[in-house]
Design a protein around this ligand. Structure first.
Ligand code: UDX
Length: 443
């Protein structure tokens, strides 16, 4: 079998944001660990500027901004158009190069932000897999909204009925704020891989399978935390920012079991000064030790903030979030509910306080608080969570009446996530079936 597997070569093409690089590189590592040759492609600027683990074969393509990357583009739309033009050409050249230098590429697995990669795969006559980096539920909502099934302009408080089986009843405030319009091409793919697992969204996935060739393969969390089949796999392996995790781990080691509040808003959300102040004072008043990733603060602001909130906390610019969430001292995760952070919190069994900002995050928060019941959603007053509200939420999750139920649900989902990716689990079987199909496409 291993010999046969050498004939399969999957090219994984990722959008160059941390929340996309992480799950797609993890997918590449899983395939490699199963004996499938896998190459990752992302932008030249990203390849030059990140530290990538030496075990990952990574190749550059162009987004048209080789010197400065995404930040050089005037708008997201302009960036995506430039990426489509330069990316289609350079991805084609890359596949030709890889085909001439060893095992030919037989499948392109591409990020949902790069739908043009499907045409490149079709030109070569090889298979294509779209990689969904959001939950299946969120993708089904995007699709439904694109179909005109939801009138967002109507501004009603609660939607008449959930638009798909398996979705809860939704308020307008639970819907994604940024709508992606790429789901029309889902059915043209051989596979639509979703970074989620069947047990988490079972009813919805069943309904979705009638529309798209959707396959659940997640959670794409480094295997050290879930099934340890890839030796030493304790990080995703490609960080856009430097960090000093020894400092975080040393500090966490000195804290009591499940006492620390970990706060992070991911890689893209931009938190207003007012919100920063409310979080800082809310954390101080809670009297709970905290570790706060405050990525975008300038150094002098950071120092002022550290001074003002005293000795209870550690504020850093970036960390290895997985190592932190897996630490026994961490008892709660204040999160923006990005899909990766959501899956990581679930997979590591950490109760959450949800402070969604934009995009798919409000919907993820709805599921965390009301469907999977592993946390609470903080009330926002004109977009701001006040210090009092943060304090109330922290108490509810850490010591309140519902804290026992929340912790036990968090442990349940941790176990189910682990089972899904362990040998014979639902996601593991799905990946094996994909590999078998690649090797014997006619069956
Ligand atoms: C955003 C969206 O909200 C997400 O749902 C979408 O799918 C991608 O774009 P982002 O804001 O980056 O993503 O959040 P998230 O999806 O949570 O990804 C952040 C990643 O960075 C996580 O994998 C997390 O482990 C990592 N991280 C975060 C660190 O490694 N260190 C940190 O200090 C903070």
């Amino acid at each position: 079998m291993q010999n046969q597997r050498r004939h399969a070569h999957v090219l994984v093409v990722t959008y160059p944001a941390q929340g996309h690089i992480n799950p797609l590189i993890q997918f590449a590592k899983r395939l490699t660990s199963k004996g499938v040759k896998t190459t990752v492609a992302t932008t030249l600027y990203t390849v030059k500027s990140i530290n990538v683990s030496s075990t990952i074969a990574i190749e550059p393509i162009s987004d048209g901004f080789d010197e400065g990357g995404f930040n050089q583009a005037p708008t997201l739309q302009a960036y995506l158009e430039s990426f489509k033009a330069a990316g289609s050409k350079t991805l084609t050249e890359l596949i030709m190069k890889l085909n001439n230098s060893g095992t030919p590429v037989c499948c392109v697995a591409y990020d949902l932000m790069l739908p043009w990669a499907l045409d490149v795969a079709k030109d070569f006559g090889i298979s294509a897999a779209m990689m969904l980096t959001n939950s299946a539920s969120v993708c089904s909502l995007y699709w439904h909204i694109n179909q005109g099934g939801l009138n967002l302009l109507a501004k009603q408080e609660t939607l008449a009925a959930p638009p798909m089986p398996g979705l809860p009843s939704l308020d307008v405030s639970d819907l994604p704020t940024l709508i992606l319009d790429i789901f029309g091409i889902c059915e043209e793919n051989d596979w639509v891989f979703c970074n989620s697992f069947e047990e988490l969204e079972s009813e919805l996935v069943e309904a979705l399978m009638a529309k798209w060739p959707v396959v659940m393969i997640g959670p794409m969390v480094p295997s050290f935390y879930l099934d340890s089949r890839i030796e030493g796999d304790t990080s995703y392996g490609a960080s856009l920012w430097n960090y000093d995790n020894d400092q975080c781990l040393k500090w966490l080691d000195s804290m009591p079991l499940k006492s620390v509040v970990y706060v992070s808003f991911g890689s893209m959300a931009s938190i207003s000064n007012e919100q920063f102040q409310e979080i800082a004072w809310g954390l101080k008043a809670s009297n709970m030790p905290f570790l706060w990733v405050a990525k975008e603060l300038k150094d002098n602001q950071l120092l002022e903030l550290i001074d003002s909130i005293g000795e209870m906390g550690l504020v850093v610019k970036w960390c290895n979030q997985l190592e932190v969430l897996a630490h026994q001292a961490v008892g709660c995760f204040v999160t923006h509910c990005g899909w990766n952070s959501t899956l990581e919190g679930l997979s590591l069994g950490v109760p959450m306080v949800c402070v969604p900002q934009w995009s798919d995050q409000p919907t993820n928060a709805k599921f965390l608080a009301h469907v999977w019941k592993v946390g609470v959603r903080a009330k926002q007053d004109q977009g701001i969570v006040t210090r009092e509200e943060l304090g109330n939420c922290l108490r509810e999750v850490m010591i309140g009446e519902r804290s026992g139920e929340i912790k036990s649900n968090a442990s349940k989902w941790k176990e189910l996530a682990k089972r899904a990716v362990s040998v014979g689990g639902s996601s593991d079987r799905n990946i094996d079936e994909f590999i078998a199909k690649l090797l014997k496409p006619d069956q």
